[in-house]
Design a protein. Structure first.
Lengths: 347, 347
DNA sequence: ATGAAAGCGCTAACAG
DNA sequence: CTGTTAGCGCTTTCAT
């Protein structure tokens, strides 16, 4: 318990540096001493102290993930799990661990937590989630020259790399789909306009209306938190309008679920009375009643590519700025009035 | 960029130890030097190197979470997110971060990853998920005297603390509910019998049948992975029986979803032809068609209590073994044939 | 109240 | 191929 490199060295009758070399698989070590050291390591159940190693090598084989506040609200949206699944699918292959910056108790802002994560040297790079408009986190990252990748689009010019969907186009496509179904009054359930993703999706909605010469009615746009409750109350407001929408684009599936619940309570039938399209195509979507049409933006892929890009920066010192766009595709089910077979999908 | 304690010290005209003291809020520092040091820290944008600190203090303000292999399969079940939500709700208050041990690329087993996490000294304590029967991880934890808490019940006597549900009783209650609805042929969709939770839930099912003098038919028990696909194929097998069950207890909601899909494809109507009860009451459950009756075991609470217990061990050196049982409650919706109002629930 | 010095466990020149 | 030496950046006695 708690043996260190010196203990192993003296048991094997060599110097600490030799032990260090066999641990690191240094080539120029005689087979004989290598064996002897290995035996000593096993006998003492020696495990190298990663902290000490980290201190001298200045790498930690760990990447950091900054969970934006409020933390537990973030976990409520399946977005996080999907992202993390993508991220870990590459870290596990490359031998990296993932540090979640959660500590917030002492009233730390996201900026302070990011500064701390960088300054504390516990991670070799950082993945940032959920970029906000005029996000101060971006400039912190730039100033510090830390390897990092943003999941989402920065709202201002920046030198840091990012992965994103073409959210403008995705919302455009979703809205167009409803227009092609004959809808002219289409409501839009938006997430907070502080988030770039919300801004982009709203602007795609606008563009689609404009292209088809449909009038734009600000009353048809409701902003809510990315929570089911937000979708519910937003929808209630839309349905209370004298000239209610006949179709809804929700910029997140959880909003769409809330919207469906509100519609159900008021006695509207989906898709006959009201068409709904969600965003993200979470697993939930296919189990909804009726199964929900949703824009799949391949969140796991966002995470996967972000992690790959980050590890590239870290291991290859490849700091050139890269931006990647992940494709989207509309998964048509029954909530939008399309005539599709009642299919059964696996998770 | 990259200033250290010495840089701050010389700028402030003091010794490194003094800087260290003001960082640590040491009381016996004159107000004047404290100010001077703070100014220097701010000017250099100094952030203490947590790695160096960790090396000497032997604490990291980080707790480790060992994600069992296969990692990405684990993320597919919402169990993980809920657990993590509970865990982070306490770490964020207490100023701890969370390290996910994911690195697995070089063919590491769970044991090796645990050993590494402990030996590497990057975490002050460990939360273990998903205990298996005869789990070797448990003995590793015991031997190393690391602060740790198990989420789940250990299958053998052990000195380590754990949090769990009374899964035997929970499955008993779920099964009893179906029996009270008049069912006598009740199928059981189990997760892998290598997991303690599966064993417990199956034994609760047994006990309920026994208590009501119902015959036990091994054909009614199907074991599958905790994935929707597992529930689907398991259900297909049950429904192919000459004397098919009229009700199902699924030991996980994702299994129940797969079961519902299979039943749907074969033209069975739920709950009229077939009653189903799931386990975990994930958010999905209430959005199912029909809304799913499910045993809520309060997973976030498991995570929360586990984290609290762990931090207690770490900060108070409170190593006494503790075991906590989190209550369960059946959330009755429409998939089990109970006559309940079609209610609408928020997330 | 502050500084000097030793050392946490490891790696990396530099010698040999 | 292997050992010696000098740190990595910080905390912590022990002095003063």
């Amino acid at each position: 318990m708690g043996f260190n490199i010196k203990d192993v060295a003296s048991l094997a009758g060599v110097s600490p540096s030799t032990v260090s070399r066999v641990v690191a698989n240094h080539p120029r070590i005689s087979e004989e001493t290598r064996e002897r050291v290995r035996a000593a390591m096993k006998e003492l159940d020696y495990h190298p102290n990663a902290i000490a190693r980290s201190l001298v090598k200045k790498t930690s084989e760990t990447i950091g993930l900054l969970i934006p506040n409020p933390i537990d609200q973030f976990f409520l949206n399946p977005f996080f799990t999907e992202c993390l699944r993508g991220i870990t699918s590459v870290t596990e292959q490359e031998g990296y661990d993932v540090l979640l910056s959660t500590s917030n108790g002492t009233g730390f802002t996201d900026e302070m937590r990011l500064q701390h994560m960088i300054g504390s040297k516990r991670v070799d790079g950082i993945i940032l989630l959920n970029s906000k408009m005029h996000d101060p986190l971006i400039s912190i990252l730039e100033e510090n020259h830390v390897p990092c990748v943003l999941i989402g689009r920065p709202s201002t010019t920046t030198s840091i790399s990012w992965v994103n969907n073409d959210n403008v186009k995705a919302a455009y496509d979703a809205t167009k789909h409803l227009i092609e179904h004959g809808h002219t009054r289409i409501g839009f359930l938006s997430g907070s306009q502080e988030l770039v993703v919300s801004v982009d999706r709203l602007s795609g909605y606008h563009a689609a209306l404009r292209d088809r010469n449909l009038p734009f009615d600000p009353n048809l746009i409701v902003t809510a938190e990315f929570l089911e409750q937000g979708g519910y109350s937003g929808m209630m407001r839309l349905l209370a309008l004298p000239d209610r929408p006949t179709a809804i684009v929700a910029s997140d599936d959880v909003l769409a679920f809330g919207a469906m619940r509100a519609a159900g309570e008021l006695g509207y039938h989906i898709p006959d009375d009201l068409a709904i399209i969600g965003f993200n195509d979470m697993h939930l979507a296919k189990m909804a009643n009726p199964p929900m049409t949703s824009m799949n933006v391949h969140i796991d892929e966002l995470g996967k590519v972000a992690a790959e890009m980050l590890l590239d920066q870290i291991t290859k010192a490849n700091r050139g700025k890269r931006t990647v766009i992940i494709q989207h595709n509309l998964v048509i089910r029954r909530s939008c009035g399309s005539q599709v077979q009642p299919t059964y999908e696996a998770f």
